[in-house]
Ligand binder design. Structure first.
Ligand code: GLU
Length: 333
């Protein structure tokens, strides 16, 4: 008697993993000149996927992930909630996704989903048509993780290159290397080897399905912009973000968390006018709520990357714009 295969809903969004280039050596121009497969066609291309799971393919998008943003996040969340409600027999979800914004979609879902089933984002560094593509094995590994009981309770997971990462910590670190996704300060949660899924640790920070955002009715997220620091930067981009209607600004400052003096003056002006300003670092590591930040009404972004701090700020601003409450959200997520 063999155990029944786990039933996994696969929500295709496009990305390199779903891409076909001009030839098996096209690992460069396929995003601009190739084609992207439907979810069904992607799974058909790698029939081994059907040996590890009972598949329920849903094509959500066929785009590169530079096209995916907050409106899509809200729709993917609603789609997962709908499937979890309508198909209670589903054991898990896999979302093939372009690697460019994969960590952002993953973190949004990690903070907002209310379903108990594991949710795994998967990408590839080489298109499905390439010699030595990682698309097939990454897909198989993501299905194994989504179908494994140990994956429950760990929040949204990211699987590539035989590694399992927490959505909160993972970041794309390299343009073309297969080992691009790293959880820089804390490491991977586990591995997928030939004999299955192996977890070694579990994330402690708030994650789905029990965050304060899980039951919220999210439709439109407020505008939050990121302003990068570089030697000699003036305040023009901070002022431009305010003029564009940003309700929040994330400063990607120099490590350990400082912008240039002119940016700082503009950020403090923005904070005084009611814009929520979060200080992050353009490097890894934690930005602490040091005295200068506290006294000028600027929120410390802790160890979140600027792009993840932006997502937490967007969500927090849906319920509060009070400094202490936002700072607390950064301490606990
Ligand atoms: N991996 C990308 C994605 O996120 C496509 C590559 C590119 O745009 O250069 O879909």
């Amino acid at each position: 008697m063999t155990a029944p295969l786990p039933r996994i809903a696969v929500i295709g969004t496009g990305g390199t993993i779903s891409s076909l280039g001009a030839s098996s050596l096209d690992v460069l121009d396929y995003p601009d000149f190739g084609q992207k497969l439907t979810c069904e066609a992607l799974l058909d291309r790698f029939p081994e996927t059907r040996r590890v799971a009972e598949l329920m393919p849903v094509t959500f998008r066929q785009v590169g992930s530079t096209e995916i943003g907050p409106k899509d996040w809200v729709e993917i969340r609603a789609l997962i909630h709908r499937i979890a409600h309508d198909e209670p027999a589903v054991d898990g979800f896999v979302i093939p996704h372009g690697t460019a914004t994969l960590e952002e979609t993953a973190f949004f879902l990690n903070l907002t989903l209310a379903c108990a089933q594991p949710v795994v984002l998967v990408g590839a560094q080489r298109p499905a048509s390439a010699l030595g593509t990682d698309a097939g094995m990454n897909l198989v590994n993501s299905l194994r993780v989504a179908g494994s009981p140990e994956a429950r309770g760990n929040g949204v997971l990211v699987v590539l290159n035989d590694e399992i990462h927490a959505a909160r910590d993972v970041v794309k670190t390299s343009t073309y290397r297969l080992q691009t996704f790293r959880s820089v300060d804390f490491g991977a949660l586990g591995h997928v080897d030939g004999d299955g899924v192996h977890f070694y640790r579990t994330p402690l920070r708030a994650h789905m399905p029990t965050t304060r955002f899980a039951r919220m009715d999210l439709t439109l997220l407020p505008r939050v912009d990121i302003v990068y620091s570089y030697a000699g930067a003036d305040g023009a981009l901070v002022d431009a973000a305010v003029a564009a209607g940003a309700r929040g600004i994330v400063s990607a400052g120099f490590a350990p968390g400082s912008p240039t003096p002119e940016q700082r003056a503009a950020l403090e002006r923005a904070a005084r006018s009611g814009v929520a300003v979060v200080q992050c670092s353009r490097a890894s590591g934690r930005v602490a709520p040091r005295r200068r930040l506290r006294e000028t009404g600027i929120i410390a972004g802790e160890d979140l990357s600027p792009q993840k701090a932006r997502i937490l700020l967007m969500l927090t601003l849906c319920t509060t714009s009070e400094f202490g409450a936002i700072q607390e959200a950064f301490r606990s997520h």
